[in-house]
Design a protein around this ligand. Structure first.
Ligand code: NAG
Ligand code: NAG
Ligand code: NAG
Length: 420
């Protein structure tokens, strides 16, 4: 959250909300949550980062908005750049999950190696229970048509975020401002983003006890999917294998090899059958069953905490080199959005005669993690002194994240991903 104090005692506020939160009717008790639940990178449940929302998904802390004691301020504008809510895996990962589940169902014989786990609902210990669960009870329920769509829980993420923001900024996200269409809603054209911007509007209406929702939003891929239109980025990073050399190196490096070997032992599968992509598919499977269905998946028992840290580092490396500070062009590609946000803030903060119309009270922009990361990087946030590399796992993996003081930590999962 960053705010600009204006001459006439007003506060201009821009909230950057990275990841959303959800939570409501989860049936998982605390001890049922997989022991590796906080290592899923961009797929971590929002409640792992903001556990207070488990108790009350609508709670807000108004003290974060308190202006300096010497000033009398009131909010005049809110810009929120928001990622879509929880979603299904994309087709690429659904195919990997399918391949993994077939392999394990047909060929896994279980490990004799003691894993130190007791798992599965049988609770009889060893690898037997969870592997029996996977092989006889677990059903492949992902279908290709789910391809990255928003899940019901993802809708809740956005509804609840809208309600919290509305409680924090009642004069901006007000019923009247929405009714008179004074608030702009922009979205990426992807289905999950459109569903998210609609859910956000539903949340506002719920907040006011209304049932009939009138949606109003515009699609703008120039702003929200700038990354696919920036030639320098597409050629220099997206389509350039060398740009992600550190990720490739780590993927085939000794830490990942150890995870692979342990996983193949636990499953009783020949090592060569389990590619690094399939190892990752199992990890994602654990994360998706938790975030979509609130399930403690039997697949989670394939990993211990040290395995999870390695896989988390791998996805951190990828985000860093693909979307963040790794290559300057990645952050520069967000210039269209950057300029849009700051032009909007400037306009809202410009001194006005009292006869002039007041500025747009709020601008809500819904995009992707790929939208947020380059923008945060361009703002200079979360920049490591030394870049994370394939060789740095041992020095970097234990680093605790420190959220940047000026970024609202509400839902800020990305803060965790950055090694401050
Ligand atoms: C609210 O935020 C302030 C400042 O960040 C913090 O000191 C305080 O403990 C928070 N209150 C609650 C109830 O979380
Ligand atoms: C690909 O990435 C490498 C490493 O970052 C860089 O040196 C090279 O110039 C890039 N190639 C293109 C075509 O941009
Ligand atoms: C934090 C840390 O150890 N960073 C090092 C990672 O590796 C690169 C080169 O391999 C070094 O330059 C960094 O200092």
């Amino acid at each position: 959250m960053f705010s600009v104090s204006l001459p006439r005692n007003s506060v201009l506020t821009a909230a950057l909300s990275l990841l959303l939160t959800r939570l409501s009717c989860s049936s998982l008790s605390v001890q049922d949550v997989p022991h590796i639940a906080s290592y899923f990178g961009t797929k971590t449940r929002y409640e792992e980062v903001n556990p207070h929302l488990l108790r009350d998904a609508l709670s807000v802390n108004k003290s974060v908005l308190k202006p300096p004691d010497t000033e009398r301020c009131s909010p005049v504008h809110l810009t929120a750049v928001i990622r879509h809510g929880s979603r299904y895996p994309t087709v690429k990962n659904i195919r990997r999950i399918h391949k993994l589940s077939e392999l394990v169902r047909r060929e896994a014989r279980g490990g004799s190696a003691g894993t130190g786990f007791t798992g599965g609902s049988g609770g009889s210990g060893g690898s037997g229970a969870w592997l029996r669960d996977i092989q006889s009870r677990w059903e492949m329920w992902f279908t290709e048509d789910m391809d990255g769509q928003l899940v019901e829980k993802g809708r809740d993420d956005l509804r609840q975020l809208a309600r919290r923001l509305s409680a924090l900024f009642p004069s901006l996200l007000s019923e009247e401002n929405v009714r008179k269409r004074r608030i702009s809603f922009l979205s990426s054209s992807k289905h999950r983003c459109v569903s998210s911007v609609e859910a956000f509007q539903e949340g506002l209406q719920q907040h006011w006890g209304r049932h009939e929702v009138h949606y109003s939003h515009e699609l703008d891929d120039h702003l929200m999917r700038f990354f696919e239109r920036c030639r320098g980025y597409v050629e220099g990073v997206e389509n350039n294998r060398t740009a992600l050399a550190e990720v490739e190196k780590f993927k085939h490096g000794e830490e990942m090899e150890r995870v692979r070997r342990r996983m193949s032992e636990r499953l009783g599968l020949p090592h060569h059958r389990l590619t690094p992509d399939l190892v990752e598919a199992a990890f994602f499977l654990c994360s998706y069953e938790l975030s979509i269905k609130s399930l403690h998946s039997p697949w989670c028992f394939l990993f211990d905490e040290s395995d999870a840290k390695v896989l988390e580092y791998k996805s951190d490396l990828k985000q860093y080199w693909k979307r963040s500070h790794g290559h300057v062009i990645s952050s520069l590609s967000s210039c269209p959005l950057f300029h849009h946000v700051f032009r909007t803030l400037d306009k809202a903060g410009r001194p006005r005669r009292s006869s002039e119309a007041s500025p747009e009270p709020a601008s809500v922009l819904v995009g992707h993690a790929e939208t947020l990361l380059p923008l945060l990087s361009l703002l200079g946030l979360y920049k490591d002194k030394t870049p994370p590399t394939a060789d740095n796992y041992s020095t970097q993996h234990g680093t605790k994240p420190r959220p940047h003081p000026e970024v609202q930590s509400d839902n800020d999962k990305s803060a965790k991903r950055k090694r401050a």
